[in-house]
Design a protein around this ligand. Structure first.
Ligand code: UD1
Length: 417
């Protein structure tokens, strides 16, 4: 199993380019199921989750090719197995995103229930409730959700809570339904907007994506289109936090500053200087960081996917900082590992209270999920001496070439087998 060896204590300096967004690419690849014509997707990050999604779509019969510019062409003319097996869904929960498109276009889908995962229970009741409202019949058969419908019909659906993939699944399903659907309490995440733009390019009639009410007028069929995936705001935020925590100065290019407002605000509060251009963000640390309080919440508020990384800043900042996690019930698994590096953190329910220490010391730590892994890498970059991060397969699910990118901005980091 691969691990990362990090020699910490060196400020990061330079420029780093951000990759396409994993959480936008995954639903957009699934959108290919909505048409028999070819969908071309560019700026797809090279990640394990993307490979998993392509394998899943390939198993169903989608024809996939990659051109010389690394754009991916997907043609779902002959979908033979409208199914996502337990093997696929347990590897990657986002596999559930095939459900909506399959029922909408083929009238049937068989998708394994996701089961528990490291960061919480994460049920899919809202996805199912929405599909049922559109006329699908849903049954549970041997751990699988089986959905059937002749043709979905438009419906007014009020989601009980804000769910990103739930909104995406239902928005995709509604594009081919008969009549108009209205999704209320929809997720406003930029990835939902990116997916909507792709669907609109395919001929869907969608308005309101990016607000909490999305209206979708169903059409008979969707057609071929090309779409470029948006930049990854979580990767962007991860580099910014790494630069700040190491006391460095880094410009992240190819980014979209407007998708990171809450993170940039909190970074400024720590005392670092932030400058932005249309497609770049520069962070410059000077002097001691101030600990900050933050609370995760759906977009446009502070993303849960940045909670673990941001907490590292608090571990070496002056004073007490509180991180409150309101989205997932079990998302503090990085805390014990950070404590192994010398951080002072106590967990009280959904709050992690950090008392800043002057420095962290290198140690062996273990990654438990994707964003927790990123936080351990940042902590390793901050800590004096050598840190070994084990089980980095989690990291490879969501960060493209992370050690190369970090090396280019001065990190001493290498992968060992
Ligand atoms: C997506 C992101 C993930 C991010 C999360 C929250 C993708 C592929 N993944 O995950 O990186 O951490 O948003 O921003 O885009 N819930 C229910 N019932 C449902 C659906 C969700 O109770 O039917 C709950 C979940 O358990 C969780 C909360 O709603 O507590 C938010 O989850 P959701 O937004 O659905 O997360 P994902 O879409 O799975």
């Amino acid at each position: 199993m691969d691990r990362l060896l990090i020699e910490g204590g060196i400020p990061l300096n330079g420029e780093v380019y951000v990759s396409g967004a994993k959480n936008a690419a995954l639903p957009i690849l699934c959108a290919a199921l909505l048409t028999e014509e070819t969908l071309t997707v560019s700026n797809v990050p090279h990640l394990r989750d993307v490979t998993t999604m392509l394998t899943l779509l390939g198993q169903m019969g989608v024809q996939i090719s990659v051109d010389e510019k690394r754009s991916i062409q997907l043609t779902a003319a002959n979908v033979v197995h409208p199914e996502a097996t337990y093997e696929m869904v347990k590897t990657m929960r986002a596999s559930v995103l095939v459900l909506g498109p399959l029922v909408a276009r083929l009238g049937q889908a068989r998708v394994s229930l996701p089961g528990g995962c490291a960061i919480g229970l994460r049920p899919v009741d809202q996805h199912l409730k929405g599909l049922q409202a559109m006329g699908a019949s849903i049954s549970m058969e041997q751990g699988y959700m089986v959905a059937r419908a002749d043709r979905l019909k438009g419906a007014r659906i009020r989601l009980d809570l804000v769910t990103v993939t739930g909104t995406e699944n239902l928005m995709m399903a509604a594009t081919l339904a008969r009549g108009t659907s209205i999704l209320e309490n929809a997720a406003k995440e930029p990835e939902v907007v990116d997916l909507a733009q792709c669907l609109i390019a395919m001929g869907a009639r969608i308005s309101g994506a990016g607000t909490d009410v999305i209206t979708i007028e169903g059409v008979e069929r969707l057609h071929a289109a090309s779409h470029q995936v948006m930049p990854d705001r979580i990767e962007t935020g991860t580099f910014l936090v790494a630069a700040a925590a190491t006391g460095g100065s880094v410009r992240v290019t190819g980014a979209r500053p407007e998708t990171l407002t809450a993170v940039l605000e909190k970074l400024r509060e720590t005392g670092v200087r932030i400058e932005t251009g249309s497609d770049w963000i520069q962070v410059q640390a000077s002097g001691v960081l101030k600990a900050v309080n933050f609370s995760t919440a759906p977009y446009p508020d502070f993303p849960t996917d940045m909670q673990a990384q941001f907490m590292v800043l608090n571990t070496v900042a002056q004073g007490q900082g509180i991180a409150k996690e309101t989205i997932f019930e079990n998302r503090f698994m990085h805390v014990q590992e950070l404590c192994r590096l010398g951080a002072h953190i106590e967990v009280q329910g959904n709050k992690a209270i950090t008392h800043g220490v002057p420095h962290l010391e290198g140690a062996s730590v273990m990654a438990t999920d994707l964003r927790a892994s990123a936080s351990l890498v940042i902590a390793g970059l901050v800590a004096r001496g050598t840190t070994t991060v084990d089980r980095i397969y989690h990291l490879d699910r969501g960060y493209e070439a992370i050690e190369e990118k970090l090396s280019r901005i001065g990190a001493r980091i290498r992968r060992v087998h």
